[in-house]
Design a protein around this ligand. Sequence first.
Ligand code: PLP
Length: 336
Amino acid sequence: MTTTPAPTPARTIGGTTSTWSWHEGSFVPTSQARVPLTTQALQYGTGVFEGIRAYALPGGRELAVFRLHDHHRRLLRSCRLLRIDLPYDADDLARATVELLRRNAAAADTYIRPLAYKLSLLPGTRPGVGLAGVSDAVSVSTFLMGHYAPPGGLRCTLSSWRRPADGVLPVRAKVCGGYVNSALALDEARAAGMDDAILCNERGHIAEATTANVFAVFGNRLVTPAATADILEGVTRDTVRALAGDLGLVYEVRDVQRTELFLADEVFLTGTGLGIAPVVELAGRPIGDGVPGPVTRLVSEHYTALVRGELDDDRGWLTRVPLNPAPVQHSAEETS
Ligand SMILES: Cc1ncc(COP(=O)(O)O)c(C=O)c1O
């Protein structure tokens, strides 16, 4: 007789999946949120997604979602590129996200994953990898996920994989299929015993890491590749632009050459998942003194204070979500 192993909580993207998801307009138990095997996005990568973080505030009764509307606006821009036509605007998506967090009622750091995707051919559409004539769907799920960057800093490779050029694949949008490039680069880095990879673009200039933007620090200057370097224009990168102004640092956007990273005083990565993460080693060479540098630490401390609600939120970047003392019981398939 065989025994069925007890189900373990899903860890699809790194954190423990929360009980409820928002799926095609309804709040459903995550375990029941399904897509058909024939889903176009599953077959062809024709989906777009976002990564958003909600931070637990002191006291354990409130979450603060960081730049919620900016992320949903970027999701809708990515949708436009793939002709994904959702019946929601950024406010609707933000409201659904807040309600989802409230229902999941986790007073712990949470990662939010909106996903919009091509579903199935509409009647009368010719078969093929087209974008028009295909139905669209959207979901939001959440995961418990704390800080995961190694405390001593990241060791990175300079990847043998190149960031695709804009004329090949629009990395400026968060298109699911484009993340095969990130997956291959991260796999190569991990196989070499490293934490992450930094990729150059087809012109041989620095582009970005697998899921984060790159900054080189020279004195009080923060230098980062331009949007035209085949990068995703990160929300965290833009937050660093604002923090640089607050901290009296110079924010410089331009082409960055490989050699500059080796010669920089400091290098750090920025991303919703990673936060501000120092790079201490690149392709077997130490960056600066091989330890997190003072400018990176300064930016990182301010970023942490900002997202955790310890600084004035004069830019309105925090959406506070009060949590009930005990999780609310809901029946399945409740519509929003
Ligand atoms: C390829 C890539 N670049 C950069 C970033 C950083 O973007 P953000 O700061 O908006 O999370 C991400 C993460 O979403 C990413 O996947």
